[in-house]
Design a protein around this ligand. Structure first.
Ligand SMILES: C[S@@+](CC[C@H](N)C(=O)[O-])C[C@H]1O[C@@H](n2cnc3c(N)ncnc32)[C@H](O)[C@@H]1O
Length: 459
């Protein structure tokens, strides 16, 4: 029994050593500071935790930022903590912290005591999570794919980490860090950009996105952001496409969801505003069903009736308009409509809410005479949608309601080409105000401001 325990112990030491060897790439001070700049800690109060502390680079930067009162190990350990499962690295972190504190004027014993309290030799993923204890989780977590984990470690990892966070140690770290921070807290982390796009991280992104928003993100230069521990000159995988990201709980920021998170092109690409290339108008509101719109045209001889399209008429799978269900009266304020129309309106107008009543009783709340329907085909953009969509609008059809935006004055296939351009789609995903359930609010004003990149012309 004892032998098994011993064998297990040494196996685990080997595994920790192997994982450390594969993941220990430390962060240069300038990058630690840049990431701290994006956190509300230390002003927010509470504790900052680096749960993969390595030799303590991020902890030392955090302590410098905090400027703690001298010789008070307990007070300092309440504000800054670190975990590192590799005993040698944990020892190096303690040495570096104590060294800095002594430089900052602490007495040696107090500095050593503080470092011992701050850095725990502990496996962050396999030990119980200190739920809600930190106001900031601040880490350059280990990056290592599931397939690269030593088999014995992998078994425990599987038992401790939920399926949606198992693909990489980095994912497991994000999952746990989200639990460690208290409501209103932040995660400041250095991740691979594949975390933002890969399907394998989609479920994790969605879970994180339910409580956190992205409040800062930028790419790092992998050739200058990291350094290797002296003892590990070889064997550490290079870091490809690192990004520094801050997730803030309960804050306004960019939405993180299962869909790929695009942050490239935050500044709009060089190009021309859609509003300068086409006419963009919001569809008119004509009041409740059955007043200015009817399902049966037959009783209205001589009336100018045009087919209507509303968001419900658009086939969500094919972005096509379905069969006509209703027609609207086209009336001009200065011309009285036929008797049949007047009688119908007389009988129905009492249902019109006050905001929709007009002095000339045959005019709908938002008159569209002279501007709609269009004689040429155009494009409709649903205002509430998960992506920017382009629906062909045939001539002679009136879109109604504020949930449709009409783009006209240019050939529809050209306009849909512009709207489908990846950089135009990215602008919508990044900048459109969010509604519940992953929907965007794509108002006429927003659609006018979309920049069509130069390379979208002349294709
Ligand atoms: C990429 S290094 C970063 C170190 C430090 N935060 C920095 O930026 O300089 C990640 C560290 O996490 C440690 N680590 C990996 N898995 C761990 C785990 N499950 N628990 C605690 N530490 C772990 C590794 O040994 C390594 O030192």
């Amino acid at each position: 029994m004892q032998q098994t325990a011993l064998a297990f112990g040494s196996q685990r030491d080997d595994d920790v050593d192997a994982i450390h060897q594969a993941t220990a790439l430390y962060t240069v001070e300038a990058e630690c500071n840049a990431l701290l700049d994006d956190l509300t800690w230390p002003a927010s109060g509470g504790m900052l935790l680096d749960p993969g502390a390595g030799s303590g680079a991020m902890l030392v930067a955090a302590i410098k930022r905090l400027q703690p009162a001298r010789n008070d190990p307990q007070a300092l350990a309440e504000r800054v903590r670190g975990y590192e499962f590799h005993p040698g690295a944990a020892e190096a972190a303690r040495r570096n912290i104590a060294g800095y504190l002594i430089e900052a004027g602490w007495a040696g014993p107090a500095a050593t005591a503080a470092a011992a309290r701050i850095v725990e030799t502990r496996d962050f993923l396999l030990s119980p999570v200190p739920v809600g204890e930190a106001s900031a989780a601040f880490s350059n977590p280990p990056w290592l794919r599931y397939a690269g984990l030593p088999p014995a470690y992998r078994a425990d990892f599987e038992a401790a980490v939920p399926a949606h966070a198992r693909a990489d140690l980095m994912h497991a770290y994000m999952e746990r860090m989200a639990q460690v921070v208290r409501p209103g807290g932040q995660i400041g982390a250095i991740l691979s950009d594949r975390f933002l796009f890969n399907e394998g991280a989609a479920a994790l992104r969605a879970r994180l996105g339910a409580s956190f928003a992205v409040t800062a993100i930028r790419r790092l230069d992998a050739s200058s952001a990291f350094f290797r521990p002296k003892t590990r000159r070889k064997g550490t995988a290079p870091r490809v496409h690192p990004v520094a990201i801050v997730l803030s709980s309960g804050a306004n920021g960019r939405h993180l969801a299962a869909e790929p998170f695009r942050f490239e092109g935050d500044a709009p690409p060089p190009g021309v505003a859609l509003g300068d290339l086409a006419r963009i108008q919001i569809a008119p509101w004509i009041g409740p069903d059955g007043i200015f719109s009817v399902r049966n045209r037959a009783p209205f001889p001589g009336a100018n009736l045009v087919p209507i399209v509303e968001p419900e008429d658009i086939d969500p799978h094919h972005d096509r308009i379905g069969p006509v269900r209703r027609w609207a009266f086209v009336t001009h304020p200065e011309t009285e409509p036929p008797e049949s129309v007047l009688r119908h309106l007389e009988g129905q107008l009492e249902r019109m809410p006050p905001r929709g009543r007009r002095r000339v009783r045959w005019v709908p709340p938002e008159s569209f005479a002279h501007r709609l329907p269009l004689k040429e085909p155009a494009i409709l953009v649903p205002r509430i949608a998960k992506t920017l969509r382009a629906i062909p609008l045939p001539p002679g059809v009136v879109p109604t309601g504020h949930n449709l935006v009409v783009v006209s004055g240019e050939r529809p296939e050209v306009v849909s080409g512009w709207l489908r351009h990846p950089l135009v789609q990215a602008q919508a995903l990044q900048h459109a105000p969010r509604l519940e359930g992953g929907y965007l609010s794509l108002t006429a004003t927003f659609v006018r401001a979309l920049i069509v990149p130069h390379d979208a012309f002349g294709r």
